[in-house]
Design a protein around this ligand. Structure first.
Ligand code: SAH
Ligand code: DHB
Ligand code: MG
Length: 222
């Protein structure tokens, strides 16, 4: 089974269980028109994030890595009307596209795009003493994942869920000799999590329209 099969299965699941969604389709089209890379989560993965946020009963969500706001729309749609999503983005073009997409989705009151290096924005959030987030989705520059995970731990509470995208990368994560900074960092992330008594975690491999990759899920312990 290879990519064409994975694509067909993703298309089938998305057709059955996600369906036609003009707002999300317009968000993807605007990101495309603005020349953003095609690296947003797939529709059925976006819905997984939505379901995880619902399961969390999330009122506050933090996203690291906005791109055009596709995953942010999925996450923010799980929030109550007085909920908050803060999403961090370094690229002004990406942030502008995302703000437009979130506004069209009617989410501008609950979703805020913060422009800047995520490491700086995370430090600023901690400095502001914000309320803890119920869910954190880490999906920006992969070499910084251990750093983002440490910040996520500081910005959450017992019961919060931390999700990290792209932890498999075609299987490269199993290569202890990899010199790819993304893989070295993903392995460092797993070592960090393994040694961290404050979380219980697992990582799962996925195949689909985004190729062969996977997610880490970590629950902050009580
Ligand atoms: N979560 C999005 C995809 C994010 S792609 C979705 O699924 O729809 C990764 C994003 O992280 C890109 O937009 C990139 O510009 C941003 N990024 C990369 N390095 C960053 C950094 N240091 N700080 C903040 N954002 C960063
Ligand atoms: C890339 C980044 C992502 O967040 C993703 O889901 C897929 C690919 C990338 O930078 O190549
Ligand atoms: Mg990703």
């Amino acid at each position: 089974m290879t990519q064409p099969t994975w694509d067909a299965v993703d298309a089938y699941f998305s057709e059955q269980l996600v369906g036609h969604d003009p707002v999300l389709e317009a968000a993807a089209a605007d990101a495309d028109a603005a020349g953003l890379p095609h690296i947003a989560v797939a529709p059925n993965q976006g819905k997984l994030l939505h379901l995880l946020a619902l399961t969390q009963g999330a009122r506050r969500i933090l996203e690291v890595g906005t791109l055009g706001g596709y995953s942010a729309i999925w996450l923010a749609r799980a929030l109550p009307a007085d909920g908050t999503l803060i999403t961090l983005e370094i690229d002004p073009t990406h942030a502008a596209v995302a703000r437009g997409n979130l506004a069209r989705a009617g989410l501008e009151k609950i979703a805020e795009v913060r422009l800047g290096r995520a490491a700086d924005s995370l430090a600023a959030l901690a400095e502001e003493g914000v309320e803890p987030f119920d869910l954190v989705f880490i999906d920006a520059d992969k070499p910084s994942n251990p750093e983002y995970f440490r910040w996520a731990l500081r910005l959450t509470r017992p019961g919060s869920l931390i999700v990290v995208d792209n932890v498999v990368r075609g299987g490269a994560v199993a290569d202890a000799h990899s010199t790819d900074p993304a893989i070295v960092a993903t392995r460092a992330l797993h070592e960090l999590i393994a040694a961290e008594p404050r979380v219980t975690a697992t990582s799962v491999q996925t195949v689909g329209s985004k190729g062969y990759d996977g997610f880490t899920l970590a629950r902050v312990q009580g």
